[in-house]
Ligand binder design. Structure first.
Ligand code: SAH
Ligand code: SF4
Ligand code: F3S
Length: 440
């Protein structure tokens, strides 16, 4: 038998790319590839890319440039670009960087084995179709290897919302939900391989409407089915859109013990004028009322968000409305970005905010969000949480895991194993994590 070929995958962007990279590694595993941690000894390099902001897309070209030397030394090395830059730029990637052999969009990963074979024969291959078949069903080539305690599971992909700044509807295509039975089978398989916590993924995960035994199911109904899976202890989901936050999902946060008290609910901005121009189809007020209803169902829920500052035509008063909204919500964690012009999206053509002004707003927003994040984290001190241990710590006897609220927690003198759950009393709050002790 010949030695296995080596595959190096580098993943950028969101959690869906992390999930997709695992699936690509499995698909190529069937072709005799094993993963390697370094590009230097690889027979194939795949960059799984992100197109969400200009910087993310540009990173790909600088990374590709660095492989020039490797390719010169090793002419058999094949280089592929996958993910959202592949979808958005297609052929252009090979024009700009001729060392690329293969370009594959997010909906065509099940065709990778054929594409790899063609690339091996010296062909340049490109596939950025949106095929009818279910790529996940065709990507079933899974070895039964043991896994860590947490895993992602894609349940929905694509987006029909067309926010005026966003490339996702173009790179991931129309919104599609996977049938419930396939998701449940995959969840069962993950649990058999050691997984205790599953994060359901979708660009618009709460718009989930996959086929079930009695017609389409909602995300809450899917969560209740997963709740029955023995050995699965925790369920999370991301990312949600405020307009798809249905009553049954809000209610599940109060009644489903496996559903964790953490919700990522991006709002993007606090000014109704800007929200309208972003095509968000909700107002600051409707978002705040929604948060109120969610907190009524689950008072201790930790709320997370995404923000864009410097969106075209954002004035200082508009920005102030974002700060006001943040003050009112009190976020446990948040991601904030300076608006980045994406060619082909509606907002790209509009009058842009002065970049220095946008930088200044981003700094002010981040200062406020960091302060809130710290306050929420500090408020955990003295409370008891459940921790799922994910790895050993830096010190002997120390274990590190995540609380129900997704805070990293360090526990000293811990006799538990990776994958165990334990009750922990929080003793102190550090820069980015909590420390606690086991409660006997
Ligand atoms: N589907 C998710 C996330 C989309 S991308 C959602 O609807 O919320 C993740 C985040 O990137 C977005 O929430 C937004 O805050 C940010 N983002 C998207 N496009 C951007 C752009 N052109 N410039 C800056 N930030 C952007
Ligand atoms: Fe992008 Fe808006 Fe869709 Fe989220 S809801 S993926 S921000 S278009
Ligand atoms: Fe980026 Fe595509 Fe995810 S643009 S954020 S990798 S959906």
């Amino acid at each position: 038998m010949s030695a296995p070929k080596k595959l190096f995958i580098k993943t950028y962007g969101c959690q869906m790319n992390v999930y997709d990279s695992e699936r690509m590694a499995e698909a190529l595993g069937g072709e005799g590839y094993v993963e390697t941690k370094s590009p230097d000894d690889a027979d194939m390099i795949l960059l799984n890319t992100c197109h969400i902001r200009e910087k993310a897309a540009e990173k790909v070209y600088s990374e590709l440039g660095r492989f020039k030397g490797l390719k010169a030394e090793k002419p058999d090395l094949k280089i592929g670009v996958a993910g959202c830059v592949a979808q958005a730029e297609g052929q252009e990637i090979m024009r700009r960087q001729p060392l690329v052999d293969l370009v594959v969009g997010p909906q065509s990963y099940h065709r990778l084995p054929e594409m790899e074979a063609k690339a091996r024969e010296g062909e340049k291959v490109l596939d950025t179709d949106f095929p009818e078949e279910d790529k996940f069903e065709k990507l079933k080539n899974r070895p039964k290897a043991k896994r860590g305690p947490t895993a992602f599971l894609t349940v929905q992909e694509g987006c029909d919302k067309f926010c005026a700044f966003c490339v996702v509807p173009y790179t991931r295509g129309a919104e599609v939900s996977r049938p419930a039975d396939r998701i449940l089978r995959e969840a069962q398989d993950l649990v058999e391989r050691g997984v205790r916590e599953i994060t359901l993924l979708g660009q618009n995960v709460n718009a989930y409407h996959g086929a079930g035994p009695n017609g389409d199911m909602t995300l809450a109904q899917l969560i209740w089915e997963l709740d029955k899976v023995d050995g699965l202890e925790r369920i999370r989901f991301t990312t949600s859109h405020p307009n798809d936050m249905q009553d049954d999902l809000i209610e599940a946060h109060g009644t489903c013990a496996k559903l964790m008290p953490y919700l990522h609910l991006p709002v993007q901005a606090g000014s109704d004028k800007i929200l309208k121009r972003m095509n968000r189809a909700h107002t600051a007020e409707s978002y705040l009322r929604l948060i109120e209803r969610i907190r009524a169902a689950r008072p201790d829920i930790l709320i997370s968000g995404d923000f864009i500052v410097g969106f075209p035509e954002e004035t200082e008063a508009d920005f102030q409305a974002t700060l006001d909204l943040v003050e009112e919500v009190k976020y446990g964690t948040a991601y904030s970005f300076k608006y980045s012009t994406r060619p082909g999206t509606p907002a790209a053509e509009r009058p842009q905010v002065d970049p220095a002004e946008a930088d200044d707003r981003l700094q002010r927003l981040q200062a406020l969000l960091t302060k809130q994040q710290r306050e929420v984290q500090d408020s955990m001190v003295g409370r008891d949480v459940t921790v799922l241990f994910e790895k050993v710590g830096r010190f002997p006897g120390q274990m590190v895991g995540k609380s129900d609220y997704l805070h990293a927690v360090h526990v000293a003198d811990c006799d538990r194993a990776i994958g165990d759950l334990a009750r922990v009393r929080i003793l102190s709050s550090g820069a980015n994590s909590l420390a606690g002790a086991l409660i006997d």
